[in-house]
Design a binder for this molecule. Structure first.
Ligand SMILES: NC(=O)c1ccc[n+]([C@@H]2O[C@H](COP(=O)([O-])OP(=O)(O)OC[C@H]3O[C@@H](n4cnc5c(N)ncnc54)[C@H](OP(=O)(O)O)[C@@H]3O)[C@@H](O)[C@H]2O)c1
Length: 327
């Protein structure tokens, strides 16, 4: 089968299209013919190990110290059709359309992947694809949708809260805006100017172009600030977060010290976590999608052969929502 091979850490040019052995499902696994996958900011950060030193070291220990060893095919989300099943599989049958995530095992930038029918410790898991989405659309949901849902559940929205989402125009943000609206919040979405029309279209109540306006200098006060991009200054944003308000941080490594300090010295809650996702989350998202309450935003499609270009584009930061790779 054709697959992208990630032979060393570095720029997008380290990615190569190669022919590799098609996998065979174990007894508890399904073989999926992948129709669409994605490139996310997280894929680019992992490819180049563009992380703070502690996280970078931890990932080297997991993936390979000098170069990727175990998991040499990148990509973490997919949509496709089940082509074969292991003898113990009972939840799926050949021909089922599915969407899902391969988590820290990666491997979706390829023609085929084997995944367990039940989720495992690596956050791998699949569910039947939303009926009203194309495979390309469905492939964008498992990463951004599940991560957004993870953080919004931690916010325990009751309805009526004022919530600011920083970095709202990317893979996690476009789902976070819609889910926050679904849970009843009044949403202010912060991103660069060219993404604001899209953010209004998916339901944001207010939009701020961070290149022109500093939200910490506005008169608005928020119950929750969800910083997806990890560029918040606590000392400044404390002014616009209520005293008992909540910070949600999706990029905790960049803010760990100031986040802990804010947690210790103010009444504000600071939640810094790695998102986890379940099959139930995928099913929850599918039901919202099928009810017409959640949609995806796709900026560009690239064929698998142009993965290097796709990574370059994601690294510009200009991506609106998601970038799909068609197989
Ligand atoms: N905690 C976890 O478990 C977890 C899970 C997944 C991902 N993450 C992390 O979450 C981060 C975001 O992921 P993503 O996939 O949503 O990224 P993305 O698709 O690249 O979106 C990030 C958005 O932030 C905008 N942005 C950049 N600088 C900004 C600023 N100063 N103020 C406001 N907006 C700004 C970008 O637009 P412009 O460039 O046009 O400004 C872009 O629209 C990544 O660093 C990823 O590693 C964490």
């Amino acid at each position: 089968m054709k697959a992208i091979i990630w032979a060393k850490y570095g720029s997008p040019d380290v990615l190569q299209l190669r022919d590799v052995k098609k996998p065979t499902p174990k007894d508890n696994e399904v073989l999926i013919k992948i129709i669409a996958t994605t490139v996310t900011a997280g894929d680019c950060e992992t490819r180049s190990l563009n992380f703070p030193i502690i996280l970078s070291l931890a990932l080297r220990m997991w993936i390979g110290f000098r170069k990727p060893k175990e998991n040499t095919i990148p990509g973490t989300e997919l949509a496709g059709e089940i082509e074969a099943i292991g003898k113990d599989v009972t939840n799926f049958k050949v021909g089922d359309p599915v969407f899902g995530a391969s988590g820290m095992a990666f491997g979706t930038n390829a023609e085929y992947i084997c995944l367990p029918e039940e989720p495992d410790e690596m956050q791998r898991g699949i569910a039947i694809k939303p009926a009203n989405m194309t495979f390309e659309e469905a492939a964008t949901v498992p990463f951004g949708g599940r991560d957004a849902l993870h953080f919004l559940r931690l916010a325990k929205l009751q309805g009526g809260e004022k919530m600011l989402i920083n970095g709202a125009g990317g893979s996690i943000g476009v789902f976070a805006v819609q889910l926050a609206k679904y849970f009843g919040a009044e949403v202010t979405a912060v991103d660069s100017g060219e993404k604001l029309a899209m953010l209004r279209e998916i339901g944001a109540d207010h939009m701020i172009d961070y290149t022109k306006e500093d939200f910490t200098k506005s008169n608005e006060v928020y119950d929750i600030i969800f910083d997806i991009i990890g560029k918040i200054s606590f000392s400044r944003s404390n002014i616009v977060l209520k005293k008992n308000g909540t910070y949600l941080l999706a990029n905790p490594m960049s803010q760990i010290i100031s986040g802990l300090w804010t947690r210790m010295t103010s009444g504000r809650k600071v939640i810094m976590q790695t998102a986890s996702g379940t099959i139930e989350d995928l099913v929850f998202l599918r039901e919202l999608i099928e009810a017409g309450k959640l949609k995806t935003v796709i900026d560009r499609h690239y064929p698998l052969e142009e993965i290097v270009e796709a990574h370059r584009y994601v690294e510009t930061g200009r991506k609106k929502g998601n970038l799909v790779i068609t197989i």
